[in-house]
Ligand binder design. Structure first.
Ligand SMILES: Nc1ncnc2c1ncn2[C@@H]1O[C@H](COP(=O)(O)OP(=O)(O)OP(=O)(O)O)[C@@H](O)[C@H]1O
Ligand SMILES: [Mg+2]
Length: 241
């Protein structure tokens, strides 16, 4: 048996809820939703961790403007606290260098990250997932047994095709799915809502395309003021977050 798995259980023992923000599709707003969700929960007084598991394109640190904070070593590593969030990212290990990992490496890195990170006690651990349904998704399911999924799509048929695949896998593996957020909407089409309902999954609502968002990236306070964040807050209230 892989010795790190028992260490991982110990490391995650005092985390009440683990929420993975995922999508079958890239570029739909997972990192934005994960970062904003972590900010929102921390703002409401919860103890929150944010883990960026996107080994190819880590971006939570860019969205939240995290530059000069690094983990501290002490029998494992302690994530830095930024904007009230304990933050851990693969970026600390790749130092922004491109990281062409193969399947086996990815699982190894995730195992190592989970085994060494000391989160302490948390109300929520939010995971910013990479696009697709790869090793990372399966590893989260395997090593984080209590994890729940929050799924993001855009109004596109192509995105929804990939998202449907992810949803079907999660349903088959009996993973809790909090629901689907439709991000970057520009019309009031109900296509995504209907598709999500066909799968018996909860449709949570829309985040409109927000032209001011790009300017707020890297600044947590400005992010909180955006229309996108306001739309997200309404959605989160629906699921008591
Ligand atoms: N509602 C929105 N309005 C305007 N722009 C948005 C919105 N949501 C996300 N974006 C922008 O779209 C881009 C992609 O968002 P993000 O990085 O969060 O997606 P992702 O799903 O995490 O992508 P990846 O699959 O590469 O990890 C970013 O530049 C982000 O600022
Ligand atoms: Mg991302």
């Amino acid at each position: 048996m892989e010795p790190r798995t028992s260490v991982i259980e110990k490391r995650l023992k005092n985390i009440k809820r683990i929420i993975a923000v995922a999508s079958g599709k890239g570029g739909v707003g997972k990192s934005l939703v994960a970062s904003s969700l972590a900010l929102h929960l921390a703002h409401n007084g919860h103890k929150v961790g944010l883990l960026d598991l996107d080994l190819y394109g880590p971006s939570s640190h860019i969205i939240l403007g995290i530059k000069d904070e690094f983990p501290a070593e002490e029998k494992g590593i302690i994530p830095p606290t930024v904007h009230g969030i304990s933050f851990m990212s693969i970026v600390y290990f790749t130092q922004e260098k491109p990281s062409p990992f193969r399947g086996v490496d990815i699982s190894n890195i995730i195992l190592e990250l989970l085994a060494i990170t000391q989160w302490g006690s948390l109300d929520f651990l939010i995971i910013d997932m990479p696009p697709g349904i790869g090793d990372e998704t399966l590893d989260v399911i395997r090593y984080m047994k209590t994890s729940e999924f929050l799924v993001v799509t855009t109004p596109s048929k192509v995105a929804m095709g990939a998202v449907s695949k992810l949803l079907k896998i999660l349903i088959e593996l009996k993973k809790p799915v909090l629901g689907v957020i439709e991000n970057m909407t520009m019309t009031d089409s109900s296509f995504i809502k209907q598709e999500v309902k066909k799968l018996n999954v909860r449709y949570l609502g829309k985040i409109h395309f927000d032209e001011t968002l790009e300017e707020a990236i890297g600044n947590a306070d400005r992010l909180a003021e955006t229309q996108a964040m306001k739309n997200l807050t309404v959605i989160l209230m629906e699921i008591n977050l």
